[in-house]
Write a protein that binds this ligand. Sequence first.
Ligand SMILES: [Zn+2]
Length: 322
Amino acid sequence: MRLVTVDPKEYNKEIDRFNNSVIALQNIFTKRYASKFTEELDDKISKITVYTDRTLIGGGYYGDTNIINGRFNIRYGTSDDLKQNTFITIHELAHVILTPINKSEMKELNGIVSSQGITKLDKKENEFYGIAFTESFCNIIAKITIINREHDSIDSYMVNGLHNYVYNYYEPFEDLTRLLIIASVNDYIHDYKFDDIISKGINMILDNPINRPYSTFINSALDNDFSMEEEFDSFTTKGEFRRMCQELDDEMLKIDINEDITTPNYDKTVFDSQLIKIETYYFNKLEYLNRKGYIQNTEIKEKLWNTFEEIVSSIRNKFIVL
Ligand SMILES: [Zn+2]
């Protein structure tokens, strides 16, 4: 791994930030997962270029990752806002850790293969889907990492959507992803408690009831598997997860063309229809869990549903009803 800064004076500062970012990132995952990706980082990254003048790479808070010969080339621009710089560093690092480097980590199902995180490639159609979810998940990983390092409440971000970042380019996508992470939480006894599980790692496996991950979404993205897609489809209709991915990816593509990052030009009806899909998934899942006895009683089910619906309406009010 080689780090280059356009301003040679900034080298030591950047290498420090990079190392500190890796340490902070390790702390949000289980020890086993963290040690695996730390070992791999050198193999996966060929070069990191840091631009201290952001105009050189298009201005704005910007970073990108390109895969050349199976290894990552990362570029990002820094600013006076140190937290924002760390955010971008960790966002780009998240792309790296979500990408499988060897064949054994890649999964295949009916001609569809894992690409990066939730993103899959349909080889026959030569079509990717899930890019918006993976992109948003990189933001979520970066935010959780920084909030955890600052000893602030992860739940106030994950559940209530509160954060103090300038970077809001993907925010509507991020809120849907946050909602899906919550809807896929497999602890049916407590409310959503990311603050409590962070010391064990956000990808921890619950002892109870049947060795499920804390959140299916999180582990599915980290394992590059199809479990989130399969679970979603099983509580909605076959192909629903992929359709949701594609509609969001199309929207993200449109926004990427738009220069103004503060007022993204997205289609509210598309966002609303994905919200409804996630609500349907969660509603049917709770019904199933209640029927099968995984949820003790109807009051607990209703409490989980009401908390979830509060999150849904806060997202709806923020992006859709205006
Ligand atoms: Zn990204």
